[in-house]
Ligand binder design. Sequence first.
Ligand SMILES: Nc1ncnc2c1ncn2[C@@H]1O[C@H](COP(=O)(O)OP(=O)(O)OP(=O)(O)O)[C@@H](O)[C@H]1O
Ligand SMILES: [Mg+2]
Length: 264
Amino acid sequence: MPELDNSSDDIEQENSVKENKIISKNDFLKEISSKYAIVCEDLFKDYEIGDFIVRAVDNVSLSIHNGEFLVIKGPSGAGKTSFLNLIGGLDSPNRGVLYSFGVKISDMEEESLTTWRLLNTGFIFQNYNLISTLTAEENVMFPMNLSGVAFKEQRKRAEELLRKMGLHERREHLPFQLSAGEQQRIAIARALANDPPMILADEPTANLDKKTSQFIRDLFKELKDDIRTIIIATHDDYLINLADRILSFDDGKIIDEEIIRKFE
Ligand SMILES: Nc1ncnc2c1ncn2[C@@H]1O[C@H](COP(=O)(O)OP(=O)(O)OP(=O)(O)O)[C@@H](O)[C@H]1O
Ligand SMILES: [Mg+2]
């Protein structure tokens, strides 16, 4: 794909040259919005702890196609979660440009970013992150409530999703009354609540029993067949086998890329 030269911090130049191809800024944006779920250029994320700086994401440039199933692998501390947090709009980069579905999210204000996140992404965390004071059903309704879905519709969709997860009977329970596997299934229902075009998942089958892990794997297979963009940090062989592309991270960088299915 043609890339935009963003050697200046903001992309203001009329023309950009790379790979011997000259494209205007408008053409570039048109191209990324129609084809890509994510386009990032020279992305950096640093964490400062006192005088110590950890570079968790180190100069990452990458495009992820609409409908692509991308797996991110790498050892502990490689920067997988930090990278997912950036592309999911949960955190902001220190440097670099990040577009999602043609919208520049790297320098978006928090309020707009929250709205963007609600409508475009479903995030599945390794530790579920359910709201402890809300019931299973209320947790699933929560993102729909924030995005202004009518109450009746929220309940109907939550009921549907909880049934799909085999947890309809547990809808009145609070997270602490549910097992790890049940909490993860609620978290997945919540991630799907607003029917987002992109699902981000951070080791979604880690530390779960065999049956729940298989349930979640089958669900990801179904989501893949739905032609949604799916980006997962995982070491689960079954999920890796579903991938269109596998990226290996280490020290905040992409150190290897394996393309299984090429997108044009
Ligand atoms: N909030 C934070 N504050 C300070 N350092 C952080 C923070 N989050 C991550 N880091 C550091 O950034 C680096 C990348 O961490 P990250 O959690 O992204 O790795 P990971 O690949 O997801 O690891 P794991 O497989 O253990 O989940 C690590 O060195 C980590 O200590
Ligand atoms: Mg992690």
